[in-house]
Design a protein around this ligand. Structure first.
Ligand code: ARG
Length: 390
């Protein structure tokens, strides 16, 4: 019998480094896979750790372009926000990780894939469903759900015994997940939903209450629902998101503190930072309000909510999500134009919008002498509108 091969979604951190060794101890040839979704990564250190833990290979794949074009933009266009607050950064990254686990397994002739998610989170569901929708034959191993370690200390001891170089000098206070679209922070003192997040919980935004920064204007231009220019300057998608994260972060925009409903039935408290998402959602929605007809605009709000739920619940690759994306795409044909925002400490407001597809007609809206609205027609209209209720 040949060696059993497994592809492990690897982050370079403590949990997944333990996973490498744990799988290896159970007879697996472990191939590590790191997905580059725009998070900060120390590949050199990760490579050292993976090797020391017993991995035979480490693949690093830049998925940023696909992440933005195939996942982030369609979600922004759908206006999807989970439970009205969460811009879904973590939830959007997981399906791609699952997809590439399945693809790599095929390339490498592996019979299994593995991940370091716990048994009570959403991420296990998202990764595993993506893997299964693409290749239902693969075995999926989740060491953290099965293994004997009951604490971080025990994992550290396991690494020490197995000579896996882990930096434990910094005490870990939070569990943090990060990608280009935002940062998710949980655990530690945040587990008490009444405790205000301490300053050190936030990773990429400054505390707006400490800021004296003057408000600035920000022009965002969209083409078919995709942001393409900032203040008149054309930017590549990744550059544009990074620019807005930096600027918004400096202004303390996009801090979210929420108690959310996980798929596995529990409520959890999480802090999010998503400056670019907050700015782009604000601008995009405003442009839609200018260019979409009333029925489409109103119908789309139904889609937004359901879309967010599907994403959060791990169903990115489902037929319904794809069908809803097809609908959303159709609505974006006229979502081109310019939105002028004003941003200040902790806030972003719309102050102007224009588009060649604008449905705003001054001659109908105005109250001055150029008014072309047929006031007399209103009388008959109201008569019939109210008829069913007489
Ligand atoms: N609660 C978020 C979600 O389910 C983020 C999960 C990961 N969070 C973390 N801090 N590691 O999408």
């Amino acid at each position: 019998m040949g060696t059993k091969k497994v592809i492990l979604a690897y982050s370079g951190g403590l949990d997944t480094s333990c996973c490498v060794r744990w799988l290896k101890d159970r007879g697996w040839d472990v191939i590590c896979f790191m997905a580059d979704l725009g998070q900060e990564m120390d590949v050199a250190t990760a490579r050292k750790r993976a090797r020391a833990a017993g991995a035979s290979k480490l693949y690093v794949k830049n998925l940023r372009k696909e992440f933005i074009e195939e996942i982030i933009w369609p979600t922004l266009q759908a206006g999807a926000v989970y439970e009205g607050k969460y811009y879904l950064a973590t939830a959007l990254g997981r399906p791609l990780i699952g997809k590439y686990l399945a693809l790599l397994a095929k390339e490498e002739g592996a019979s299994a894939v593995a991940h370091g998610c716990t048994g009570k989170g959403n991420d296990q569901v998202r990764i595993e469903l993506a893997v299964r929708m693409l290749n239902p034959g693969l075995k999926i191993i989740a060491p953290v759900r099965e293994w004997e370690f009951g604490s971080r200390e025990e994992e550290i001891e396991y690494c020490r015994l197995n000579r896996i170089p882990i930096d434990v000098s910094k005490k870990k206070v939070y569990s943090i997940d990060e990608n280009l679209w935002g940062v998710s922070i949980e655990c530690g003192v945040l587990e008490d939903p009444f405790v205000e997040p301490p300053a050190d919980a936030y990773q990429i935004t400054t505390d707006p209450s400490q800021l004296k920064a003057k408000p600035v204007y920000l022009d965002i231009e969209f083409k078919e629902g995709v942001p393409i220019k900032i203040n008149g300057k054309r930017m590549k998608a990744e550059e544009l998101i990074r620019y807005l994260n930096k600027l918004g972060g400096k202004y303390g925009i996009g801090r979210i503190d929420m108690v959310e409903d996980r798929l596995v039935g529990i409520k959890s408290r999480e802090i999010y930072e998503a400056p670019a998402a907050e700015i782009l959602y604000t601008a995009h929605k405003e442009l839609e309000m200018l260019v979409l007809d009333r029925d489409t605009l109103h119908f789309k709000t139904l889609i937004s909510n359901r879309f967010a739920q599907l994403v959060y619940f791990g169903l990115w690759f489902s037929p319904l999500r794809k069908a809803m994306s097809a609908f959303v795409s159709e609505t974006q044909k006229t979502v081109s134009g310019l939105v002028r925002l004003k941003i200040g400490p902790g806030w972003v407001k719309v102050v102007g919008r224009k588009s060649r597809f604008s449905r705003y007609k001054k001659r109908l809206a105005t109250y001055d002498s150029t008014d072309k609205f047929d006031h007399k027609a209103a009388e008959g209209f109201i008569k019939l509108w109210g008829l069913p209720f007489e």
